[in-house]
Write a protein that binds this ligand. Structure first.
Ligand code: NAD
Length: 485
């Protein structure tokens, strides 16, 4: 094992079911690998379908009492969870870096973002308001209120091991729903480490259960076919999201899907180029490009493309690559060999078709799944990276001439998660934003994620929203009572 003993000491590695640590029913375990050293850092229990049933039993037992708590009581537990995560922020950030690879500065940002979902929903859960009115013809009264939707299955990816889970757990708990969470197999430790914190905050046994598993397909499928489950909330690839939508159809579950993206980043000729570069570095390089929100296609007006590409190349070339725990490192390894191979393949494909490498573009020798910050210009329309998520530190540049042309090109994707645009002309910014078919727009900003804002995509980037008041609605059912007197 890599020498992180002091950081990994006391990190739990079993299943968290009904407030207790349990081995898998058949004893199965799997290894967690540090992407910087390619060494095993932990062996984690791998849940079976029997364990999934046990977790749902625990969640069902916890449901009544949790749903019956007053919203303020639930809110205070969530608020305490926020405080405790912030108390333990540095330890959690290091754990994220060890299992995911991202630079410690990114992990620190993630922990703060993850904690905020508990603070936000501590406040939002007490605003689960209904309505009342009168039916215009019959005069009957219409009372509308919102009930907890029921047991929720949460499935999360490896790229934000803390935040993608708390973005679901926070609103589910605020709404009164117990959850069973299946974290990504690459990064199960962060969520396991969070469980004692939630317990300390006062989350009762069975309200949150965590099932790492190498048998994701059967385990999640069994839960989606259990009649007690009413919600599935998934963050991950569009490919897996489609499968879960098929499974969810059988019991007509409420579904929230946060799927893939292919974000355009548009720089108009009147943009503040230095601000656009700062925004580009965040939109492209946060999390080493391993983000659904990562800028995947840069469209730069031909009048400013030389200046933009020179400045971006200089910034990208200055990033220090290395073990994410080391001082000054901005670029850690990618999460695994598969992710690295995909980036290599996409860059080779683009270069083979005529793209020019301005910086990077070559995988270093040695251990670790490292890939350097890379800028490619003249990327041809036929390059695969314009249609697929790169999920790595590679910026692909193209130029454009006309506003209407760039809108058409930006919208030419099955994805619709986020788009970024830079212009000093606010009227143009608003006009173009409204014509872009994306759930979120960064207008002169390279970062849109915020617990107070509705995060989510159009088209094949997803269904539903996380964060804001909308995120709470994903875990509530609307009931209307018709009465008269
Ligand atoms: P993934 O779809 O491979 O896996 C996501 C989760 O689903 C993991 O927990 C995985 O174990 C599980 N899973 C895999 N196959 C499954 C199956 N057949 N049945 C049930 N569960 C299964 O995604 P990933 O590689 O972990 O994450 C990267 C993807 O996530 C990218 O496409 C990225 O864009 C997307 N993502 C989206 C958002 C968003 O909010 N829209 C946020 C982060 C990541």
């Amino acid at each position: 094992m890599a020498n992180y003993d002091n950081l990994l000491a006391n990190v739990p590695t079993d299943l968290w079911i009904g407030g207790k640590w349990k081995k898998a029913s058949d004893g199965a375990r799997f290894d967690v690998i540090d992407p910087a050293t390619e060494q095993k850092i932990a062996s984690v229990a791998s849940a079976s379908t029997d364990d999934a049933k046990a977790a749902l039993d625990a969640a069902q037992a916890a449901f009544g009492p949790w749903a019956a708590k007053k919203p303020r009581e639930r809110g205070e537990i969530l608020r305490k969870a926020y405080d405790l995560i912030m108390r333990d922020a540095e330890r959690l950030a290091k754990l994220i870096t060890i299992e995911n690879g991202k630079a410690l500065s990114d992990s620190r940002g993630e922990v703060a973002y993850a904690a905020e979902f508990f603070r936000w929903y501590a406040e939002e859960g007490v605003r689960n308001l209904g309505q009342n009115g009168m039916a215009p013809s019959s005069g009957a009264r219409i009372f509308v209120h919102h009930k907890p939707a029921g047991l929720a299955v949460l499935v999360t990816p490896w790229n934000f091991p803390a935040a993608m889970a708390t973005r679901k757990i926070g609103p589910a708990l605020a709404a009164g729903c117990p959850v069973v969470l299946k974290p990504a197999s690459e990064t199960p430790l962060t969520m396991l480490a969070l469980m004692p914190i939630l317990e300390e905050a006062g989350v009762p046994a069975g309200v949150v259960n965590v099932l790492p598993s190498r048998r994701s397909g059967p385990v999640v499928d069994a839960m989606l076919h259990d009649p007690r489950v009413r919600v599935v909330s998934f963050t991950g690839s569009t490919e897996v999201g489609r499968k879960l939508l098929h499974s969810a159809a059988d019991n007509v579950l409420k579904t929230a899907m946060e799927l893939g993206g292919n974000a355009p980043f548009i720089v108009f000729e009147d943009a503040d180029i230095d601000a656009a570069i700062d925004g580009a570095m965040v939109a492209k390089m946060r999390n080493m490009g391993e983000a659904c929100t990562a800028a995947n296609r840069f469209y730069v007006h031909e009048r400013v493309s030389d200046e933009f590409s020179k400045k971006l190349t200089a910034k990208m070339g200055s990033l220090k690559m290395g073990n994410g725990l080391d001082d000054g490192v901005a670029l850690g390894p990618l999460v695994n060999k598969e992710g690295l191979d995909k980036v290599v393949e996409l860059v080779d494909d683009a270069v083979g078709k005529g793209a020019k490498i301005l910086v990077g573009g070559k995988k270093p020798e040695g251990t670790g799944y490292f890939y350097p910050a890379t800028v490619l210009s003249n990327v041809p329309n036929s390059a695969k990276m314009l249609n697929e998520e790169i999920f790595g530190p590679v910026a692909s540049l193209q130029t454009f001439k006309e506003e209407s042309e760039v809108i058409t090109r930006a919208n030419d994707t099955e994805y619709g998660l986020v788009a970024y645009l830079y212009t000093k002309d606010l009227a143009r910014g608003m006009r173009v934003s409204e014509r872009l078919d994306f759930g979120m727009i960064g207008l002169n900003r390279g970062l849109v994620s915020d617990p107070a804002a509705p995060f989510g995509g159009m088209k094949q980037s997803g269904i539903g929203r996380e964060g804001a008041h909308e995120g709470l609605q994903e875990f509530l059912e609307t009931q209307y009572i018709s009465t008269t007197w």
